[in-house]
Design a protein around this ligand. Structure first.
Ligand SMILES: C[S@@+](CC[C@H](N)C(=O)[O-])C[C@H]1O[C@@H](n2cnc3c(N)ncnc32)[C@H](O)[C@@H]1O
Length: 262
């Protein structure tokens, strides 16, 4: 297993080559099976095909995680319930059902705007796992509003509803023509809470490489991959610090695609 490397290919096959119990943290943002336009991946599979495929990659994630390891899966409304069940059936222990409220949902005319994604947080063991609360504390109302002496001076554990803006098509941090780039701030919270420096963070669905970029910044080892060659190149350039190259190579944002998830 070569660390701090980006792989091109199918995540199930790549994970199958990894040893048992070798990874500290998995963050996965799989395609949601909602018909989103990726360059080569077909995001509209039958219910059974998507369910069975999810079972396969989640059971590989279980096998490669250390006993002290954690997994976070971002998923849309359509399959959140199913992924929750698959995680439990694979042997994981439930910790939190986090709602990422992203504030910048695309405007809808005939329904309420969609402005959240589910993040399911599970651990392999139900007692022994990494959770660095001091890395992720946030100011509490006890401190700020009530001046309550019982308040922890460094703040409280974040609630399970997280507010981070999504990376909209027009934002300057948007990289290449990928329909669903995650914000670095969200990955920072997860990686800081559930891993330590020099740990190994794996993302099976690299996309634009947000997880690997944040892991690198926070001095963790990364291991990531994507099935698309053009996204693989984007990740490689991002990790090499050549974001401007992504644009020069003709992978500029396509605004018709850039907000299509929402
Ligand atoms: C929701 S996006 C991930 C976005 C990523 N979190 C980011 O911040 O950029 C899902 C990615 O999974 C990739 N993908 C789909 N099937 C795959 C597979 N079997 N193996 C590896 N990557 C896959 C798609 O090409 C797509 O880039």
């Amino acid at each position: 297993m070569e660390l701090n490397k980006i792989y091109l290919g199918d995540c199930i096959k790549i994970m199958q080559d990894l040893p048992n119990g070798s990874i500290d943290l998995v963050f996965a943002d799989p395609p949601f099976n909602i018909g989103l336009k990726y360059d080569i991946y077909n995001d509209k599979k039958s219910y059974n095909e998507y369910f069975e495929w999810s079972e396969k990659w989640i059971s590989e994630a279980f096998r490669i995680l250390k006993n002290s390891g954690s997994i976070y899966i971002a998923i849309g409304d359509e399959f959140a319930a199913e992924i929750n069940i698959i995680l439990k059936k694979a042997g994981f222990n439930f910790r939190n059902w986090i709602i990422w409220y992203y504030t910048f949902g695309q405007n809808q005319r005939k329904k309420f705007n969609r402005a959240h994604t589910h993040i399911l947080y599970f651990t392999k063991d139900n007692k022994t796992f990494t959770f660095n609360i001091d890395n992720v504390r946030v100011p509490s109302a006890r401190q700020l509003v009530y001046n309550d002496k019982r308040a922890h001076p460094k703040g409280k554990s974040p609630d399970d509803v997280w507010e981070f803006s999504r990376v909209c098509g027009t934002f300057k941090e948007r990289i290449g023509d990928h329909p669903c780039q995650m914000p670095e701030t969200l990955l920072e919270r997860i990686i800081l809470a559930s891993s330590n420096e020099n740990d190994i963070v794996l993302d099976p669905f690299g996309g634009t490489g947000t997880t690997a970029a944040v892991a690198k910044k926070l001095k963790r080892n990364y291991f990531t991959m994507d099935i698309s060659e053009s996204y693989y190149k984007v990740i490689t350039q991002r990790l090499n610090g050549n974001i401007h190259e992504i644009k020069r190579n003709g992978l500029e944002r396509n605004t018709t695609n850039s907000d299509s998830l929402f």
